[in-house]
Design a protein. Structure first.
Length: 175
């Protein structure tokens, strides 16, 4: 039971409104945004910093790799949680691809009755961007009532704050 409580607190901290982690003067420099689209191989990869309202650890890096033949996207991430301290590398999340076209890739996280959140990613292949959406689900279940806040979050992937501070803005993140 103690581990359930610890896990719940860690998950709540990861998605709370407060900005945790390092000060602006103490940022680990993660690699810049990178977008790679290989239509002949049926793969799209985007990596960089997940940004937007509601991100607990502003200095983070995420990698999204999608494969047409597998009909899956794999997402892995890590965050800077304090001065010279990184959180643990998170488990790889699997998203099933619901749409694959020349313009976009759409993938959704599998949701069960136990989940309180559904995540969807939309990769725009033309603009070389990704929209990561988290929305509450199963809000009538006791563990999910009021958590997460009944709010839709829309996040994007950009250059990391440390990269921007050290090297300035990049043009478009494409290679």
């Amino acid at each position: 039971m103690r581990w359930i409580a610890v896990g719940t607190v860690m998950l709540a901290a990861a998605f709370c409104e407060h900005s945790w982690g390092a000060d602006d003067d103490d940022l680990v420099i993660f690699a810049p945004k990178l977008f790679t689209d290989l239509p002949a191989h049926g793969s799209v990869v985007i990596s960089g910093t997940l940004t937007g309202e509601g991100i607990a650890y502003k200095n983070n890096t995420v990698s999204i790799s999608c494969y047409k033949t597998r009909r899956e996207c794999y997402i892995a991430y890590i965050q800077q949680i304090a001065h010279n301290q990184m959180g643990q590398m998170q488990k790889v999340e699997f998203f099933r691809i619901t749409k694959w076209s020349a313009d976009e890739v759409v993938a959704m996280q599998n949701v069960t009755q136990l989940d309180c959140v559904r995540a969807t990613i939309v990769i725009d292949r033309k603009s070389k961007t990704v929209l990561h959406v988290r929305e509450p689900v199963n809000q009538t279940r006791p563990p999910c009532v009021g958590w997460p806040a009944p709010k839709l979050y829309k996040w994007t992937i950009e250059d990391s704050p440390g990269w921007k501070k050290a090297f300035g803005e990049k043009s478009d993140g494409a290679e």
